[in-house]
Design a protein around this ligand. Structure first.
Ligand SMILES: Cc1ncc(COP(=O)(O)O)c(C=O)c1O
Length: 393
């Protein structure tokens, strides 16, 4: 099937958080939404068909998790990432953000430390702090426009007797790194040595750009697999975040039992009736969609990069290896934090995600969602350019 990612689809008045809640969440109802991580692309046709087929049935009673959900997860990860898993390792969750809380509750106690690498997807920190655990921030190193891991600091943090868990983002939102085998082995060995369980959020793993290859941590070594919980979902790739379905892969039976017990305690496992039909259709029937989406996203990345280099050189794109979330270094404008957000959201009227939302390390940055038709990206960039020139940067 052929997809047209240039198609403009009106999303206002669809209870869209990105479009209809931009005023409350970003602070300007008239700003062009380029913030929260869903795309403005049509969902693949087989997914629409699966949802419509289920909607045709006149009863929406309680569903249960069927075997095809587990099989679809296993088949997809094998096909796309070459990692062979067992269906019984896969646990259903109604999204990855809610599961962070369950995982933190299952594997740590109040007061324990959980390692994250900021700037990073902010719900990692919420799950830690809201559950009375402590953030241990192994800040990424930013040098010459590239992010790397501070392994000495990681070792020190993992060695703390209170460190029980690490939440790793691979590929990393917002800095766009796809961690190399060497980096993943480095993290995994340190965590194994100090009995720190690794939660690996691989939600963006299908969105690999410019030849980068996704490496599931658990695929590298049986010992890592036994110490890892990996979170997958078709929601970013196929734009179905609103249907709430994710596959949590736990090879270690003891670690899996703890997760399942915590789900039971929280009574938080029940899915909606459309979640699994959409999930299975996406993973079983929509590989062609990803094959077309990736070059389109790469085109958007190049468009953005050229635009910035030619017209707004004081805003620099951190070269992404994956995801449609671009991390823009605005330090040369001299704006930071509130002033930087004001420039984008109130002056340019482009709704970005504030960099400091991902941790204090992000104060001079904004995150721009380029999962949109190129004409929308062009429009947003020109709105920023007008204000950039007005300011005389
Ligand atoms: C790294 C990461 N994890 C999880 C999520 C959201 O997961 P879910 O919608 O399944 O709760 C996002 C969404 O942006 C994300 O970027």
């Amino acid at each position: 099937m052929q997809y047209n990612f240039d198609e403009i689809i009106e999303r206002r008045n669809t209870q869209s958080s990105k479009w209809d809640n931009v005023g409350a969440r970003v602070g300007n109802p008239d700003a062009l939404p380029m913030w929260v991580a869903d795309t403005d692309f049509r969902v693949p046709y087989p997914v629409l068909d699966a949802v419509k087929a289920r909607a045709e049935h006149p009863i929406f009673g309680y569903p249960f998790v069927t075997q095809d959900f587990k099989d679809a997860t296993v088949n997809w990860v094998k096909k796309r990432h070459g990692y062979e898993m067992k269906p019984e390792w896969v646990v259903f969750a109604t999204g990855i953000v809610p599961v962070f809380n369950t995982l933190v509750q299952a594997y740590t106690n109040p007061g324990d430390e959980v390692i994250i690498q900021r700037p990073v997807y902010h719900p990692f920190g919420f799950a830690i702090v809201d559950n009375d655990r402590v953030i241990s921030d192994n800040s990424l190193i930013y040098k010459d426009g590239k992010y790397t891991i501070d392994f000495e600091d990681l070792e020190r943090r993992a060695a703390s007797p209170k460190a029980k868990l690490m939440i790793l983002c691979n590929p990393h939102n917002p800095v766009g790194r796809a961690w190399t085998e060497e980096e993943l082995r480095g993290i995994s060995e340190i965590c194994l040595k100090h009995n720190v369980i690794v939660i690996c959020d691989e939600i963006h793993s299908d969105l690999m750009l410019f030849g980068h290859k996704h490496i599931p941590v658990a695929s590298l070594d049986e010992r890592y697999a036994m110490n890892t919980v990996t979170c997958y979902a078709p929601s970013k790739t196929f734009n179905i975040a609103g249907l709430r379905g994710s596959g949590i892969v736990v090879p270690n039976p003891e670690i899996r039992a703890k997760l399942e017990f915590q789900f039971k305690k929280n009574r938080s496992i029940q899915q909606n009736v459309f979640a699994i039909p959409a999930y299975v259709a996406a993973y079983e029937k929509c590989e062609d969609y990803v094959e077309q989406l990736l070059p389109y996203l790469e085109g958007n990345v190049k468009f953005l990069d050229n635009f910035l280099k030619e017209k707004m050189p004081k805003i620099k794109m951190v070269q992404p290896e994956a995801t449609y979330l671009m991390w823009l270094d605005c330090s040369e404008t001299g704006l930071s934090g509130d002033a930087l957000a004001h420039f984008f959201v109130q002056e340019a009227k482009v709704a970005i995600s504030r960099g400091d939302g991902f941790g204090p390390e992000g104060a001079d940055f904004v995150r721009l969602n380029i999962g949109c038709p190129r004409s929308t990206l062009d429009k947003g960039l020109n709105m920023v350019l007008e204000q950039y020139q007005k300011r005389g940067f």
